[in-house]
Design a protein around this ligand. Sequence first.
Ligand SMILES: Nc1ncnc2c1ncn2[C@@H]1O[C@H](COP(=O)(O)OP(=O)(O)OP(=O)(O)O)[C@@H](O)[C@H]1O
Ligand SMILES: [Mg+2]
Length: 345
Amino acid sequence: MKKRIFGYFAFFLLVAGVVTVAVLIFDAVSASGNVAKIAIIMAAVVFGLSLVCTVIDSLRRKYFEEEPLERILEATKRISNGDFNVDLVPRHSEKNYNAFDVIMENINDMAAQLAKAESQSKDFVTNVSHELKTPLAVLQTSAAMLLSGKADEKETARLIEVIDLTVKRMTALVGEILDLSRLESAQLLPPRESVDIEDLVSSCAISFEELLDAKNLRLEADLEPGLKLLSVRSYLKLIFDNLISNAVKFSYDGGKIELESRRIDGGAMISVRDHGVGIDKQTGERIFEKFYQGDASRKQEGSGIGLAIVKKAIDRLGGTISVQSVPKEGSCFTVVLHDLAQNES
Ligand SMILES: Nc1ncnc2c1ncn2[C@@H]1O[C@H](COP(=O)(O)OP(=O)(O)OP(=O)(O)O)[C@@H](O)[C@H]1O
Ligand SMILES: [Mg+2]
């Protein structure tokens, strides 16, 4: 604002100066009384002063408008050609930014965001193809063995089992990738409804019955009866399916998993606790990243997408998730969710 007032004032001084100079020169030459001479001198004065003003104005435009505009155009052209390596340097210090400087900063931010999105999507494709390559190789060698006719009856049965298991794992992976991409691309939240938390969490847990039995795990549920949340059922199911799946996967055989839910002001707090391998500090910092798996889990099934889905779904619902964990003692994931407004998107 200060700068704009200074600009108007400078323009005012220039016009006043030009008029004053013209008047003074007219005054000086009018004494001669020679009208033709006065007219020629005044015409020369008007042309001369107009030329000086035009030169001043074009220099001002060149320096203050054309030069930053050219840099901005060049940067936007590079971005539209897919080159996000753009770093426009504003001409003024931050507290004296003009509109061009602000636009430059915004373009720098936009280019950085686009570069980040591009590298994330490249990483995503690399990770997905890496995750699919291993099971595909297993399928290929197993099928080749079967086709060669060299496998005896016992080996044939084993190979068919391997193929069945591998296809199930690939189906699970593709399902997870689809869940994640649906969550990431959904513009609007699906319709919300009143969800009974006790029912939902129990039905998630029941689907792990076989796995719980296989590891001889005890399940303890302390779920507040009648606790309802206005939310998106499919998202809640994704969250608790994945948290319980992890609790089962990372528990020691014969261990215990505890589920708890409590009413809080305008919402619910739900926790899933296990007494398994736990998470060290370094791993804990990255568990919500796509495809990240801690050392302990590499030997296990999975691809490291589960918690990325959990985090995305919780973000979409405006909730929070926190983790407390002690290596070799267990982990507790606590989710806090609030009732959604009917029209929240
Ligand atoms: N309850 C838990 N106990 C110990 N470690 C855990 C637990 N939950 C998650 N983790 C750690 O966080 C990592 C990421 O979890 P996430 O659910 O995203 O992947 P995953 O379970 O390995 O694979 P996926 O969920 O795709 O089948 C795990 O690999 C593991 O190292
Ligand atoms: Mg998981």
